[in-house]
Design a protein around this ligand. Structure first.
Ligand SMILES: [Zn+2]
Length: 285
């Protein structure tokens, strides 16, 4: 925690740290190890639909069993040689690519209702997510996404909300008013596999209830800090009331996947637009 606080206040130190090999401390790089204990999918088609406040623009109902790319980003800013910090110009190129190639941004609520209920999706659906809750998600990413009529989900570390480099509650409120979802990435971004049961439950419950209280929303979705989880963590996530949880495991999401271990597509600074195109065009990229 001490490291995390000082990191936020000193961008240069952050850079130095990230160039080093200490990424797992703060970032959500796709360093997912073999910690996953794959379990049988537990959600059935009888699951209750989650709230859908948006009015999805159904272009055409997609086939019943398609898989869907869920992109994940971190910071949208220019810090050279930091994989987790994508320059805004590069981010805009990627969103413009999606727009030009006919992709439609859908929310995690729409995705959930499509996978486990009777929800429909537009053609070429895609989900945009951000981990950690950096302020530049509002200052840099939000205007770009809005320009192309895209929305996103931000997974926030609730103890960091309002800190200098992080989103504030009022910014998060504005994002939700613009169709974004604000979901949980724990209170403190600990490695959840290392916590005892009590602390684990606190990280999951307190972040959820805090966001719900601050924003008046329902928090149904969760992203594992640095992608780290195991069977015990998964059970705790389910016990805390989350409906889906997102990993840093490579790949597109589909309905056969464990709902508490959904894969995502890592988007990083050194990725070229051709590589991005490959990731969103091909489920087996
Ligand atoms: Zn993270």
């Amino acid at each position: 925690m001490g490291i995390k606080v000082s990191v936020q206040k000193q961008p240069l130190l952050l850079l130095t740290l990230l160039i080093g090999l200490s990424l797992p401390l703060i970032g959500c790089s796709n360093l997912t190890s073999g910690l996953t204990n794959k379990s049988t999918p537990t959600v059935t088609t009888t699951a209750n639909p989650v709230k859908t406040t948006e009015t999805p623009s159904i272009v055409k109902k997609v086939d019943r069993d398609i898989s869907i790319p869920i992109l994940y980003y971190h910071s949208i800013t220019s810090i050279p040689k930091n994989e987790l910090c994508m320059p805004p110009e590069q981010f805009e190129k990627e969103i413009a690519y999606l727009s030009q190639h006919g992709y439609h941004s859908v929310t995690l609520n729409q995705l959930y209702n499509y996978f486990y209920g009777n929800g429909q999706l537009p053609e070429k659906p895609i989900v945009v997510t951000f981990d950690d809750g950096y302020k530049d998600n509002y200052t840099n990413a939000f205007p770009i996404l809005k320009k192309y009529n895209f929305t996103a989900t931000v997974f926030v570390i609730t103890s960091n909300v309002g800190h200098s480099n992080n989103l504030s509650w009022s910014q998060l409120q504005e994002l939700t008013q613009n169709g974004w979802l604000v979901e949980s990435h724990t209170v403190s971004h600990y490695d959840l596999t290392k916590l005892d049961s009590k602390k684990l439950a606190q990280e999951l419950n307190d972040s959820k209830t805090n966001i719900e209280k601050q924003l008046g929303t329902t928090v149904d979705f969760f992203a594992y800090p640095s992608g780290r989880f195991n069977a015990k963590v998964e059970r705790a996530v389910k016990g805390a009331g989350y409906r889906m949880a997102f990993t840093t495991q490579r790949g597109w999401a589909d309905r056969a996947m464990d709902p508490l271990a959904i894969h995502r597509v890592y988007c990083f600074a050194s990725m070229r637009i051709a590589g991005f195109g490959q990731r969103v065009q091909n489920p087996n990229y």
